[in-house]
Design a protein around this ligand. Structure first.
Ligand code: NAD
Ligand code: UDP
Length: 339
């Protein structure tokens, strides 16, 4: 297939592009580089020995998207492009709704114009909201999300559901990611956040490489075995393979039309202290940390029921926690300043 990957220079996008190339898909990346570097694409090309068509542009620019679809015979779109910092979204809600919701509307509109009908959307476990009881199952209704970021994911899922009802040819898969971490095993591509990392693993990796003093663990008085929050961490390469599995599923189900959602997680919950211990194993030293107050909006524990993706997409997260840590550390130590 010829696959358009929006946000393909980003963390999950770059790993997915590499996986798509390995499966002999051809790839057009469309990215405005607001949170990524063109170097990621160059490294993907080097690792794969294949070339990627890169177009710098914004998904809110319908004219540019229109030109792209005129110039390329696209079979399917994987839509990663979005702003993703939960905390920042509470400070800049309008930018988040504009970029994530309006950007998705523009893309769907131009896809409809060009009758490109296969769509894979980057959703998130955050759509289950604050009330849902883990493990999260796809049959649980969309919840009330704590942040504007989460609200944009709920809104786009709703838009997709409504759109497929009105457009019989359109076929969409929303993939609800749990906590992607790790890096490609080459250590050549990985997560490269701008500024102070918000997420746990990039922060730990920067402490290990000497860029930050110590990790603050947000809360050790939660109702979990060791008092720290638990999440379902999965390797980014397993997640990347989930996207290929979703495209295969669309291709193998030519009579499907509508919208499907799948959780992509391991089904296991791991605490922050367990993450620190696993990272130390890969790192070979102890990691400096302190306990700090809870971070507002954090839920004590959630994890996926990934059985739907297991049975229907024939997908399973295979890589171990230790491999996630080893690959994170290889990436960070080989690239202390990112790209
Ligand atoms: P990322 O920031 O590394 O990648 C997003 C990419 O989209 C970046 O390259 C950025 O430059 C690009 N982009 C943003 N706005 C754009 C626009 N208007 N036009 C064109 N390009 C634009 O983030 P990521 O971690 O790779 O996340 C990818 C997707 O997965 C996002 O939709 C995110 O919300 C979703 N997601 C991420 C996580 C996670 O923990 N990383 C979890 C659940 C869902
Ligand atoms: N966390 C932490 N210190 C940090 C960053 C994160 O203790 O510097 C904790 C956070 O409270 C949560 C877990 O690590 O329990 C995962 O946080 P992250 O932001 O990576 O993912 P989230 O599940 O919030 O999307």
């Amino acid at each position: 297939m010829k696959v358009l990957v929006t946000g393909g220079a980003g963390y999950i996008g770059s790993h997915t592009v590499l996986t798509l190339l390995a499966e002999n898909h051809s790839v057009v990346v469309f990215d405005n580089l607001c949170n990524s570097s063109i170097e990621a694409i160059k490294r993907v090309e080097r690792l794969s020995g294949k070339s990627v068509t890169f177009i710098q542009g914004d998904v809110c620019d319908k004219a540019q998207l229109n030109e792209l679809f005129i110039g390329h015979d696209i079979d399917a779109v994987i839509h990663f492009a979005a702003l993703k910092a939960v905390g920042q979204s509470t400070q800049m809600p309008l930018e988040y709704y504009q970029n994530n919701v309006y950007g998705s509307l523009c893309l769907l509109e131009v896809m409809q114009l060009h009758q490109v009908n296969n769509f894979v959307f980057s959703s998130s476990a955050t759509v289950y909201g604050e009330e849902a009881q883990p493990p999260y199952l796809e049959t649980i209704k969309l919840g009330t999300t704590a942040s504007p970021y989460g609200a944009t994911k709920v809104m786009v899922e709703r838009i997709i559901e409504d759109f497929v009802k009105a457009n019989n040819a359109f076929r969409a898969v929303s993939l609800r990611y749990f906590n992607p971490i790790g890096a490609h095993e080459s250590g050549e591509i990985g997560e490269d956040p701008l500024g102070i990392p918000n997420n746990l693993l990039p922060y730990i990796a920067q402490v290990a490489v000497g860029k930050r003093d110590k990790l603050s663990i947000f809360g050790n008085d939660y109702d979990t075995e060791d008092g720290t929050c638990k999440r379902d961490y999965l390797h980014v390469m397993d997640l990347a393979q989930g996207h290929v599995a979703a495209l295969d599923w669309l291709e193998n189900n030519p009579n499907f039309n509508g919208a499907e959602v799948f959780n992509l997680g391991t089904g296991n919950a791991v605490s922050v202290l367990e993450i620190v211990a696993a990272f130390e194993q890969a790192y070979g030293k102890t990691l400096a940390y302190e306990f700090a107050p809870r971070r507002s909006g954090d839920l004590p524990a959630f994890w996926a029921d990934a059985s739907k993706a297991n049975s229907q997409l024939n997908w399973q997260a295979k890589r171990s926690l230790l491999q996630m840590m080893t690959d994170t550390w290889r990436w960070q130590s080989n690239n202390p300043n990112g790209y």
